[in-house]
Design a protein around this ligand. Structure first.
Ligand code: NAP
Ligand code: ZN
Length: 349
C-alpha cells in the first residue's frame, strides 16, 4: 500500500514529499490512519545525520496519534475507529531480561519507529510523518483523552513518556524538590508531570522570556541558568534534576545543586559529548549522574492514562507538512511553545 509521507534523501537535504509502502496488516497488526505527529528534537538529530547511522530516505516521527483503520484477524484489543497512539517502539526481542521486566525500551533488540531494521521495504522503519502506519498490536497505545485534544496528546508518546519514566523511577512526589532543565518539548512536559506528581518544581531555562510561561506550566520557581546568583541560591537542595537540554553544556553547574545522594538524569541526547563533569562534584555528596531512555510500553500506557485523568496534554503549535523544515529551524532557536505537531491531513493530495 502506497502512502504519502515527508522525509529526507540525505542529511544535508531538506525534508520533502515522498511516497512510501506500508505492509498489508498481518493477523496481529493494527493499521492506523495518522491524524497528527509531533516533531521531536530526536527527529532533527536523526534526519540530519547528527546521530550515527541514519538510513535514507528517512521519514521521522514517533509521536503518532490517529484512528484505527483496520485490524488483523487475531487482534481483539482494538477496533476500527479507536483512538490510538504509537510511540518510539514497534518491536523488541521479547526474551531478554529487559523485555521480561517490561522495559522494552532497554532491549538491545528494540526496533524504533524509524531508522531501525525491518523486513518491510525499504529495510528500515519509517515513522509518523506519513498518512498511515501498520504496527503489531503489542505496541499500540489506547488514548482516553477527549478527541478534541488529540493533536496535543501526540507529544505525550515521546516527550511525555521520556519525562514521566525517570520521574517515576526516582520516586518523585510530595516532599521532593525536582529541577527540570530546558523548557522545550520534553522540559515543558517534565514540569507539568512533576507538578502533577506533587513535587516542588524548579524550572531552569537559558531564556529570560520563558520565566512567566514556566510558572504557568506548573513550576513553583524559575531560574535563569545564566544567572550565577540565582543558581547559587539553590545549591545542594535538589533530590532530582531532569536535564532535557539538546546541546553540550556545563553539567557541573547543575550537579552542585543536588543535595547528598541526589541524582541528575540526562535525557537530552546532544550529537557531541558534554565535557566530563568534575568528579569531586559527584564524590563529595555521593551524587549520581544518570541517564534514561523513553519508557516501556506498559509505562507509556500508564503515563497516557495518568495524563487523561489529570487533564494533561502538551502545549502545541499545529503545522502543515510543508512547514516541517521551517519548524526545525524554529525549534533550534527555541521559538516554539513548546512542541510542533504536524496535521497529517496536509499530507493528502
Ligand atoms: P527542544 O524542544 O529543542 O528543547 C530543548 C531545550 O533545551 C530548549 O528549549 C532550550 O531550553 C534548551 N537548550 C537548547 N540548546 C541549549 C544550549 N545550547 N544550552 C542550554 N540549553 C539549551 O528538544 P526536545 O524535543 O525537548 O528534546 C531535547 C533532547 O532530548 C534532544 O537532544 C532529544 O534528542 C532528546 N530526547 C531524548 C529522549 C530519550 O529517550 N532520552 C527522548 C526524546 C528526546 P531553554 O530555552 O529553556 O533553555
Ligand atoms: Zn522523541
Amino acid at each position: 500500500m502506497l502512502v504519502n509521507a515527508y522525509g529526507a534523501h540525505a542529511g544535508d537535504r531538506p525534508l520533502q514529499p515522498l511516497q512510501i509502502t506500508r505492509r498489508a496488516p498481518g493477523a496481529h497488526d493494527v493499521q492506523i490512519d495518522i491524524a497528527f505527529c509531533g516533531i521531536c528534537h530526536s527527529d532533527l538529530h536523526q534526519v540530519r545525520a547528527e546521530w550515527y547511522g541514519t538510513q535514507f530516505p528517512c521519514v521521522p516521527g514517533h509521536e503518532i496519534v490517529g484512528r484505527v483503520a483496520a485490524v488483523g484477524a487475531h487482534v481483539h484489543g482494538f477496533r476500527p475507529g479507536d483512538l490510538v497512539g504509537i510511540g518510539c517502539i514497534v518491536d523488541n526481542c521479547k526474551h531478554c531480561a529487559d523485555c521480561e521486566d517490561g522495559l522494552e525500551n532497554y532491549c538491545d533488540g528494540m526496533i524504533g519507529t524509524y531508522n531501525f531494521p525491518t523486513p518491510d521495504a525499504p529495510g528500515w522503519t519509517l515513522g509518523g510523518y506519513s498518512q498511515q502506519i501498520v504496527v503489531h498490536e503489542r505496541y499500540v497505545l489506547r488514548i482516553r483523552h477527549p478527541e478534541e485534544q488529540l493533536a496535543a496528546v501526540a507529544p505525550l508518546l515521546c516527550a511525555g513518556i521520556t519525562t514521566y519514566s525517570p520521574l517515576r523511577h526516582w520516586n518523585v512526589g510530595p516532599g521532593k524538590k525536582v529541577g527540570v532543565v530546558g523548557i522545550g518539548g520534553l522540559g515543558h512536559m517534565g514540569i507539568k508531570l512533576a507538578h502533577a506528581l506533587g513535587a516542588h518544581v524548579v524550572a531552569f531555562t537559558t531564556s529570560d522570556a520563558k520565566r512567566e510561561a514556566a510558572l504557568q506550566l506548573g513550576a513553583d520557581e524559575v531560574v535563569v541558568s545564566r544567572n550565577a546568583e540565582e543558581m547559587a541560591a539553590h545549591a545542594k537542595s535538589f533530590d532530582l534534576i531532569l536535564n532535557t537540554v539538546a546541546a553540550p553544556h556545563n553539567l557541573d553547574a547543575f550537579l552542585v545543586l543536588l543535595k547528598r545522594d541526589g541524582t541528575m538524569t540526562l535525557v537530552g541526547a546532544p550529537a557531541t559529548p558534554h565535557d566530563s563533569p568534575n568528579v569531586f562534584n559527584l564524590i563529595m555528596k555521593r551524587r549520581t549522574l544518570a541517564g534514561s531512555m523513553i519508557g516501556g510500553i506498559a509505562e507509556t500506557q500508564e503515563m497516557l492514562d495518568f495524563c487523561a485523568e489529570h487533564g494533561i496534554v502538551a502545549d502545541i503549535e499545529l503545522v502543515r507538512a510543508d512547514q516541517i523544515n521551517d519548524s526545525y529551524e524554529r525549534m533550534l532557536k527555541g521559538d516554539v511553545k513548546y512542541r510542533f505537531v504536524i496535521d497529517n491531513a496536509t499530507l493528502a493530495g
